[in-house]
Write a protein that binds this ligand. Sequence first.
Ligand code: RB5
Length: 181
Amino acid sequence: MARCAGERAPASAGEVEQPEASGVAARGRYTQAMRIAIGSDHAGYGLKSDVIEHLTSHGHDVVDLGTNSAEVSVDYPDFGAAVGRAVSSGDVELGLCICGTGIGISVAANKVDGVRAAVVHDVTTAVLARRHNAANVVCFGERVIGRQVALDAVDAVLATEFEGGRHQRRIDEITALEANR
Ligand code: RB5
């Protein structure tokens, strides 16, 4: 659905309750649609398709940066960098990346200034990546995570805000490392 810049659609996802997980359940619910970039290599294409369907069905504005097939082998750095640049430029509020393990594509995304990419494996790591690490790119491994676990983790990412406080100082230290590149 086309929208003007800055305009947000209501997200029906606001009705989704977040599951409890080891005392780190996501706080609250997400009540606004987000603009989200997503990218994968061939090994993450299937889960990417599932995540896109999940997000769009809940009213989010998803920018699919490829790849477009599970059959054609491609290089994950291209897609991690594309998602990282979309986040760094401010074109999107959040990035999602998927490869076989989530590792390679997260390493690539993290080379873009301003990106804090984190590989997550479940709701617990998703919540903590947002709450403590202010992750703005969240990465998954299609070969190492179940589909429903991944979708629950995506919901947890969207529902969780950065906690700030003592964590802000650490985020500032990470940002300062970019000046020495
Ligand atoms: C592709 O075979 C695989 O190496 C890639 O998807 C990813 O797992 C790398 O980290």
